[in-house]
Design a protein around this ligand. Sequence first.
Ligand SMILES: Cc1cc2nc3c(=O)[nH]c(=O)nc-3n(C[C@H](O)[C@H](O)[C@H](O)COP(=O)(O)O)c2cc1C
Length: 366
Amino acid sequence: MNLFWSDIGCPKYVLSPMVDQSEYAFRQLCRRYGAELCYTPMLHAKVFVSETTYQSQHLDIMPDEGPTIVQFAGDDPKTLLEAAKLVENVAAAVDLNLGCPQPIARKGHYGSFLLRETDTIVNILQLWKQHLSIPTTCKIRIIDKGGVDPQSRGLQATLRLVDQLEAAGISALTVHGRNRTMNGKKTGKADWDAIAAIKQRLSIPVIANGNIECFDDISRCLQATGADAVMSSEAILENPALFSNQTVDPFQLVHEYLDLAQVSPFAGINFHRVEKAHVVRMLHAPMRQITHTTKSLDPTKLISQCQCISELLNAVVILQEAYKNVPITSKLRNDTWYRRHRVEEDRSIRKEIQRQWLAGGLRLTR
Ligand SMILES: Cc1cc2nc3c(=O)[nH]c(=O)nc-3n(C[C@H](O)[C@H](O)[C@H](O)COP(=O)(O)O)c2cc1C
């Protein structure tokens, strides 16, 4: 345990950094339901230091919220220092993104594409350490390839890297237990053994990320990895009450979210990618069920036509009414946003989903 960790209350439940999705209103909702530490979406350091509009729209930390870590992406130590300096007064810490697997990260030379460039990473972290008054953290993926044993692909390289991250003075490390190729439909299962191996050799707090789908997964993950905390991303997007261990109606959560979004100083800045995307993810299952049982209503079309939060609110009310008429047998248990890419892993789950899809007359759309 270090001072940083105890200063922020030794969090166990962490909301992940998510581009367009871990914004202020959503963070507030997740904190209401138990999130103890939140991250901003990844901010591009170079754009952040050069464009004041980007800065004012994306630095959305409010004084009334709990501990929030600002995550940056980039590869230039000086730019990253300049960016971090700009958030020193509001952030609990600054985080270096070493996990983004997207083609844009390859092009921009950041995220997971830096994982094997230890010198660059260490330069960034050392500069941060020397010049910032706040702690620094990193979020990594497991390094891909490099091992003969598929279970330990790149694990040795990852262990060498984390030693250097700790030596460079970071105060906490998030480990997403997947490698760069495990993305989209190839997401697959996160490797908790790898996270355990990393946790075992470090003395700083480790946040485990990956395979947290429901509340019970949290204790399983903490036990398997020995990590200090768990981070959720895709599952909490669908169920922002994940950390509370309560079953909350998705429509209630959407209403709570839209109420928070409406009064947020950052409301509607990127409406189609932020607020609208949240509603679609939280209502993933009900929308699919309405689609396949209520021929007179197309939920996707209804939502996609909305141009502002109040229109979205009206659309949600229409969906809520329609959902009351969906037969109980069509309310699919396993048809979740989290599992849409993960059904391949578990044949029994996939079979069950297919059985339910067929029983409800549904088509396989993903
Ligand atoms: C919509 C979305 C946006 C994301 N944006 C970021 C980001 O900005 N920074 C980051 O480090 N990871 C980002 N991620 C990855 C997540 O933080 C997390 O590592 C990954 O989804 C695995 O966690 P999960 O299994 O709980 O989904 C994003 C994921 C999603 C679904």
